[in-house]
Design a protein around this ligand. Structure first.
Ligand code: HEC
Ligand code: HEC
Length: 392
């Protein structure tokens, strides 16, 4: 209350004056304020002594019609209650998504600029910077359906038909690797679907687990002699510190970097001996180019993984792909055009990769890789260099 009173009557000091100001407001300026709101605003202090107000009827408006109520009543519950009749499949959803959503959320849910990311982030929730998406975080599919139905496309909300919302929701699941491309979403498949992070949500149990530990008595014994900062909010850098501590930390940081550099120098000759040939291609690609390629690869990462522990997702894992036969990553289900390429003995040289990645659908008509292609030649060179850096 005091915050609000201060806000509305700046400069008044002392609780007595503030309550007086609140009376004045309640009586003169905002007489129609909603009762519960008035209570939170601290405007009802006087009501305690005054007789209960007589409710007034203003003879305005009319009861809502059933149709009007139905138009508002669009919420969907986790168990599917409230879902309309209808259905939609992944590929229909893809087209709708490209037309209505990709300008902001990116072709693969990776997001353009600072619009929200809709796909990926699996396994990142315990990282310093978790990526919370539908797939990595959201507990219920009903939220996805309802959110899209209610609020998207941003600026043109509630313009989609029920079938379209079903299809887009199916496609969002596909982008998050949660369903195959032949998935169809309807009331039945909805009811059978469980989001991967659902089990991590539970009812707030603090009343049982924590409140009992709160005594209300501040502990004033056994206090530490001096304050010592033992951990830092490093990412946002909000932990306060004095000058000496800041210098000590900077010095420690420099020392750490020096150790890393020395280690890198020491490790170099050994690495060269151990690996005499494997890295001929990427050796020409400088670290800058590879770093640029890593950025470009964000466009691919919704479907492809590289590096340690890379596995097949909606696209095959791409370690070692340079110089590798096409369509031949273990355990991946390729389209028939890729199976034909493999049978024909195609090998992924830099040139073949460049041709494929420039225009996947032209290069391999019928490919499952639904990716428009890279038009920028620098991006192309960079991403190929990046892929080349994952040679074994
Ligand atoms: C003009 C840009 C724009 C378009 C087009 C757009 N969105 Fe959004 N979307 C947003 C913004 C902005 C938010 C965040 C809104 C907020 O937080 O209040 C958002 C949030 C979302 C979220 C929630 C993300 C999260 O993790 O909180 C989903 C899901 C979503 N959009 C789906 C879609 C779908 C599906 C479409 C196409 C039918 C679409 N959006 C079209 C801008 C857009
Ligand atoms: C929407 C998902 C998706 C995106 C995004 C995507 N790919 Fe693919 N990629 C696939 C699929 C699926 C295949 C298998 C094609 C098939 O079977 O027709 C594939 C195949 C490949 C292959 C051939 C692998 C092999 O085993 O022969 C390479 C190389 C490749 N993609 C690289 C990339 C690169 C680089 C990018 C980003 C610039 C990218 N892809 C973006 C899904 C994707």
């Amino acid at each position: 209350m005091s915050k609000l009173a201060n806000l509305m009557v700046p400069g008044v000091a002392g609780a007595g004056v503030m309550i007086g100001a609140a009376y004045m407001l309640a009586n003169t300026m905002v007489p129609e304020v909603h009762a519960p709101v008035a209570e939170t605003m601290g405007l009802t202090a006087k009501a305690e002594s005054a007789p209960a107000p007589v409710p007034m009827v203003y003879a305005l408006g009319r009861p809502a019609t059933p149709e009007e109520v139905a138009a508002w009543d669009i919420d969907v519950r986790p168990d599917g209650h409230g879902l309309p009749d209808g259905s939609g499949d992944v590929w229909t959803g893809e087209e709708l998504y490209i037309d209505n959503c990709a300008v902001c959320h990116g072709d693969f849910g990776e997001a353009i600029g600072r619009w929200p990311v809709l796909a990926g982030g699996q396994g990142s929730l315990t990282d310093d910077r978790p990526v919370k998406t539908i797939g990595s975080y959201w507990p219920y599919l009903s939220t996805v359906y309802d959110y899209v139905n209610r609020a998207m496309p941003f600026g043109n909300a509630q313009s989609l038909s029920d079938d379209e919302v079903y299809a887009i929701t199916a496609y969002l699941l596909y982008l998050n690797d949660l369903v195959d491309d032949d998935f169809v979403l309807d009331q039945e498949s909805f009811a059978a679907f469980e989001m991967p992070n659902q089990p991590a949500f539970y009812m707030d149990d603090r009343a049982d687990t924590e409140y009992a530990l709160f005594t209300g008595e501040p502990c004033m014994t056994n206090c530490a002699e001096t304050v010592q900062i033992t951990a830092r909010a490093a990412v946002v850098d909000v932990t306060p510190e004095d000058e000496a501590a800041r210098e000590a930390r900077a010095a420690a940081h420099e020392a750490e970097e020096a150790v890393v550099e020395v280690a890198a120098v020491a490790a170099e000759p050994a690495a060269v001996e151990a690996e005499p040939v494997a890295v001929t291609e990427p050796a020409a690609a400088g670290p800058d180019l590879i770093a640029a390629g890593e950025k470009v690869f964000k466009k691919c990462a919704a479907c492809h993984q590289v590096g340690d522990g890379a596995r097949n997702r909606s696209g095959p894992a791409l370690n070692n792909i340079l110089g590798h036969p096409a369509g031949a990553v273990d355990g991946f289900r390729y389209s028939s055009v890729f199976q034909d390429m493999q049978a024909a003995g195609l090998v992924w040289t830099e040139d073949e990769l460049a041709a494929f990645l420039t225009a996947p659908k032209t290069y391999a008509a019928g490919t499952k890789m639904s990716f428009r292609g890279l038009s920028d030649e620098e991006d192309l060179t960079a991403v190929i260099a990046y892929l080349g850096s994952f040679a074994e």
